[in-house]
Ligand binder design. Structure first.
Ligand code: 5AD
Ligand code: SF4
Length: 449
C-alpha cells in the first residue's frame, strides 16, 4: 500500500542516507524509489553528505564526459571516509551496470547496484557493513518495475513530480548504451500509476511527468499509452500531465488526438530527432527517415498550433559528412524547435556503433558542428520566445525565482519558464500571465486578471 506519510523524507535518528543523482529524469525517479526502499528499513534521508552513514551516487553512462565527471565526484566523496570510517559509499544506476568490477578495482566504492536490483539494497548495505569488501548486485530483470513502491519525493517544491511508467529500452539505437545498462522494456501496471497520480494530487502536487525511455510503446494488458495518458489526465483537470521521452517512430495520431482533446495534457512534446539526415538515421538504427520525422511534426502542428516541440541532437556521429550535418541544421529550421538538448557523439563501449562503425569525425570537427547546432538553436529559441511576447498563458507557479526574492517562476503548458512579480501567489497556484519580454531561455511577464 502506498501511504501519504511516505511522500516526504522523514526526520529523526538512525542510519543516515545521502544520495546524489546524475543523468536523466528516470534517474531522479529511481533515486526517490531507492530512498523509499531504505526509509522502510529505518534509514533517514539527509541532504548533508558530511553527516551520512551511507552515500549513494546514482550514475549515468550515456556519454563519456558524464562518467568522467562522476569518477571525479566519487573521489571527492571518498574523502568523507577518512573522517567517518564506517561510511559506506555506493554507486547505483547505469555506471554500476556498465563498469561493475572496475568500480571496485579503482577502490572507489563499497557497493555497486544496478538499476533493477534496488530492492536488494538493504541486504547489500548490511553485508557491506559487516565486512570490508565488495557488495554487488547488477542483475537486470525482465519484470522489475518497482510498481507498488511509493517514491519519497526529494524535490523541495511539492508542485511537480515524476512518475516512471516503464523501464528499460528495446530500441537498440546503435550509439546508445541504455539497452545494456537498463535492460529490456517493461511497462508498469496502470492501476499503480493512477494511484500514484491521485496521491500526488491529494498531497498538493499539480503536475506529473510520465517517464520512460520510449513512453509511446507503453503497453500493459489492453492499456496503451493513449489510454494511460487520458486516464492520468482524468485524475483532475487541475493536474497537468507531461510525458517523456517519445520515440518518433511510435508517436501515433491517436496519442496526438488525446493530447489535443485534453486541455490539462501539456502542449509540449519532446521528440528526439538525433539527426536530420536519413542516411545517419539509418546508421543510428532509428527506424525512421527525415521525411517521416517531419511528417510527425506536421501531424502535431495540424492538431495543435500552440504545441511546443523540443528535441535531442547528436553532432559528429560515425560517418557524418558536411552534407549530413547541413541536413541536421535544415531539419532544425524546418521543424522550428522551441528547445533542444545537443551533444557531441561519444563512443560507448559495447554498442553496435563501437563495434561496427569507426568514430571518424575528428574531435575538433565535432566541436565545430556542435557549435553551429547550438548557435542555430539559440536563434530558434529566441524567435520562439519572441513570438510569445504580447500573448497570455496559464502558468503553474513553481517557486521563487533564483535571481530575485520578489519574483516567482513557473511554466507555461509549452514548458517554457516564465518569471513574474510575486504578488499574493504560492507554488501550486495557476495564474494568467501576459508575456512582456524574453531572452532565448526565459519569458518575462506580468500577472493579468
Ligand atoms: N553520444 C552522444 N549523445 C548520446 N545520446 C545517447 N547516446 C549518446 C552518445 N553515445 C543522447 C541522445 C539521447 C540523449 C539522452 O542522449 O541524443 O536522446
Ligand atoms: Fe544516463 Fe541513459 Fe542511464 Fe539515464 S538511462 S542515466 S540518460 S545512461
Amino acid at each position: 500500500m502506498m501511504d501519504y506519510k511516505n511522500l516526504r523524507p522523514a526526520t529523526g535518528s538512525g542510519r543516515k542516507l545521502y544520495i546524489e543523482t546524475y543523468g536523466c529524469q528516470m534517474n531522479v525517479g529511481d533515486s526517490e524509489i531507492v530512498v523509499a526502499i531504505l526509509q522502510k528499513e529505518g534509514y533517514l534521508y539527509t541532504r548533508r553528505p558530511e553527516e551520512a552513514d551511507v552515500i549513494l551516487v546514482n550514475t549515468c553512462s550515456v556519454r563519456d564526459n558524464a562518467e568522467q565527471r562522476i569518477w571525479g565526484r566519487l573521489s571527492e566523496l571518498g574523502r568523507y571516509k577518512k573522517a567517518r570510517p564506517g561510511l559506506r559509499l555506493g554507486v547505483i544506476g547505469c555506471m554500476a551496470e556498465r563498469l561493475r568490477e572496475e568500480l571496485f578495482e579503482r577502490r572507489a566504492v563499497d557497493i555497486v547496484v544496478g538499476p533493477d536490483a534496488y530492492r536488494d539494497l538493504p541486504r547489500l548495505l548490511r553485508d557491506a557493513g559487516d565486512q570490508a569488501g565488495r557488495s554487488i548486485n547488477v542483475e537486470l530483470s525482465r519484470e522489475e518495475t518497482y510498481a507498488e513502491i511509493s517514491p519519497v519525493r526529494l524535490d523541495q517544491g511539492g508542485v511537480s513530480a515524476f512518475i516512471a511508467i516503464m523501464r528499460g529500452c528495446n530500441n537498440m539505437c546503435s550509439y546508445c548504451v541504455v539497452p545494456y545498462t537498463r535492460g529490456g522494456e517493461r511497462s508498469r501496471d496502470p492501476q499503480t500509476i493512477l494511484r500514484e497520480a491521485r496521491e500526488l494530487f491529494d498531497a498538493g502536487y499539480r503536475e506529473v511527468t510520465l517517464l520512460g525511455q520510449n513512453v509511446n510503446s507503453y503497453s500493459f494488458g489492453d492499456v496503451d499509452f493513449a489510454r494511460l495518458l487520458a486516464d492520468v489526465a482524468g485524475v483532475s483537470p487541475q493536474l497537468r500531465v507531461r510525458f517523456a521521452t517519445s520515440h518518433p517512430k511510435d508517436l501515433s495520431d491517436e496519442v496526438l488526438d488525446v493530447i489535443a482533446a485534453t486541455p490539462n495534457i501539456c502542449r509540449a512534446i519532446h521528440l528526439p530527432a538525433q539527426s536530420g539526415s536519413s542516411e545517419m538515421l539509418e546508421r543510428m538504427n532509428r527506424k525512421y527517415s527525415r521525411e517521416w520525422y517531419l511528417g510527425r511534426i506536421r501531424a502535431i502542428r495540424e492538431r495543435m498550433a500552440d504545441c511546443a516541440v523540443s528535441t535531442d541532437l547528436i553532432a559528429g556521429f560515425c560517418g557524418e559528412t558536411q552534407d549530413d550535418h547541413r541536413q541536421t541544421l535544415s531539419l532544425m529550421r524546418e521543424a522550428g524547435f522551441d528547445f533542444a538538448y545537443m551533444f557531441k557523439y561519444s563512443e560507448r563501449p559495447g554498442t553496435r556503433a563501437s563495434r561496427e562503425m569507426p568514430d571518424d569525425v575528428p574531435e575538433a570537427e565535432k566541436t565545430r558542428r556542435l557549435g553551429e547546432v547550438i548557435a542555430l538553436q539559440n536563434t530558434l529559441s529566441l524567435e520562439s520566445n519572441r513570438r510569445d511576447v504580447g500573448r497570455r498563458f496559464e502558468v503553474l507557479v513553481e517557486g521563487r525565482s533564483k535571481r530575485s526574492e520578489d519574483q516567482l517562476f513557473g511554466r507555461t503548458s509549452q514548458n517554457k519558464v516564465v518569471v513574474f512579480p510575486r504578488g499574493d501567489l504560492h507554488p501550486g497556484d495557476y495564474v494568467r500571465v501576459e508575456i512582456t519580454d524574453c531572452t532565448s531561455a526565459t519569458l518575462v511577464g506580468r500577472v493579468v486578471e
